[in-house]
Write a protein that binds this ligand. Structure first.
Ligand SMILES: [Zn+2]
Length: 409
């Protein structure tokens, strides 16, 4: 295990500031995923909601990719980026002049623009994709980060496939990026291959060897979920000293997706003491944001999805329901209202016990005597044998039948 961030000495120097910036890439990495394309109007709607959620940075798109992408980024920079208290509006650009100039034009209307430029640094990418030597890549990084800085003061650099890059070479590339003016260094686990302890060591190694502490340079995580470890890896990065997480609503992103914003944020907020840091996210907007993104992309959220799934705060087991009625802390680590979900639901079905059944009757205004309750509970269980969940109307009908009276309705 790695040490807890709080009170522990961070690798590479002093404990960094206690705010973790949330960089949302739903509109870029998320929108790039198969079947997740959004219209200009939908992107604007999502960007407005991301502002309500209070994310620190919106990566609005990849302007060089198409005219439509450029236009959407420009519209977000104009309509959302110019509002008081708006997030930083960021655009993605490969490390070449054409990409960077196009990006700079698209984000220009925002008072706080950021250019995010990237190039691959793993040997496999250098050889088979870029056909460049290591020295050529370093020279390109120096020139292109400086070029981005000529457009705006806030420049983020990502060494693509950092997780599989030679460590010493990676440090050299990052040193060159800082020397040319990069203010955020984002370390992608592009292929989702890294384990949490390895990702911790990757970030910790950079903090020790590249000297980011005290230089005004923020380290950032960008983890993919191919092995289901995107959130775990992002949190390991935070423990090692990263102070920006790149993530997407509902975990959208290339292939298996990116780290889910709602999971990263609630892990940090729920275990704030462990992390010794928090976020600026307005957590009660999480469920609303998740639903809007699901609606705009047409990608459904599974019911068992952490934080925002329909069952995230539903209890079906009788023992759990009894505990929840006595004290919600018995089975809940978060308050449903904190993430903007409907209050905890005790789902009545075959796993429910008499406590939950009686509570629902009380809520419906029917306080039954002991004998009546025994009979009613028996009929309720009979009904549960033939169907999965018993609705409120069915419970009312059951009581009406029991009393043989139309007075109960
Ligand atoms: Zn990505």
């Amino acid at each position: 295990m790695w040490p807890a961030a709080q009170g522990a000495r961070m690798p590479g120097g002093a404990v960094p500031e206690d705010t973790i910036r949330i960089f949302d890439t739903t509109l870029r990495d998320g929108e790039q995923a198969p079947g997740c394309t959004m219209t200009r109007a939908e992107k604007l709607q999502v960007a407005h909601q991301l502002m309500r959620l209070n994310v620190d940075i919106i990566e609005a798109g990849f302007p060089i990719a198409s005219l439509g992408d450029w236009d959407a980024v420009h519209a977000i920079a104009s309509e959302v980026g110019t509002q008081p208290g708006a997030p930083i509006i960021c655009g993605l650009a490969r490390a070449n002049e054409k990409d960077i100039d196009s990006c700079a034009g698209a984000i220009a209307p925002a008072p706080r623009p950021r250019i995010h430029t990237f190039i691959a640094t793993s040997d496999i990418h250098l050889e088979h994709k870029l056909r460049m030597t290591r020295a050529e890549v370093i020279a390109t990084v120096s020139r292109m980060v400086a070029h981005a800085r000529s457009h705006c003061e806030d420049v983020e650099f990502s060494p693509e496939d950092a997780g599989r890059s030679d460590r010493e070479y990676l440090y050299d590339v990052l040193r060159a990026a800082i020397a040319s003016g990069a203010t955020t260094l984002n370390i992608p686990d592009t292929v989702g291959y890294t384990m949490p302890d390895e990702y911790y060591a990757l970030i910790a190694g950079i903090r020790v060897h590249v000297k980011t502490a005290g230089e005004g340079v923020t380290l950032s995580t960008h983890c993919h979920d191919d092995l289901g470890l995107a959130v775990a890896n992002s949190l390991a990065g935070v423990r090692a000293g990263a102070r920006q997480i790149e993530c997407a609503i509902n975990g959208l992103g290339e292939r298996a997706g990116n780290a889910a914003l709602e999971e990263c944020v609630m892990a940090i907020e729920t275990r704030r003491n462990e992390f010794g840091a928090g976020t600026r996210i307005v957590t009660r907007e999480l469920v609303r944001t998740s639903r809007l993104v699901s609606q705009c992309t047409g990608v459904a959220v599974p019911p068992n999805k952490a934080i925002v799934g329909a069952n995230a705060f539903a209890h079906a087991a009788g023992i759990h329901q009894h505990g929840m009625i006595s004290n919600p802390l018995t089975y809940e680590i978060m308050d449903a209202e904190m993430v903007g979900a409907e209050p905890t639901a005790l789902v009545l079905g075959k796993h429910s016990g008499r406590h939950a059944f009686r509570k629902r009757l009380d809520e419906l205004g029917h306080s039954l005597g002991e004998e009546e309750l025994v009979v009613a509970f028996g009929r309720f269980k009979d009904l549960c044998d033939v169907q999965k969940v018993v609705s409120q109307a069915e419970i009312l009908a059951l009581i009406a039948g029991l009393r043989g009276s139309a007075a109960v309705s």
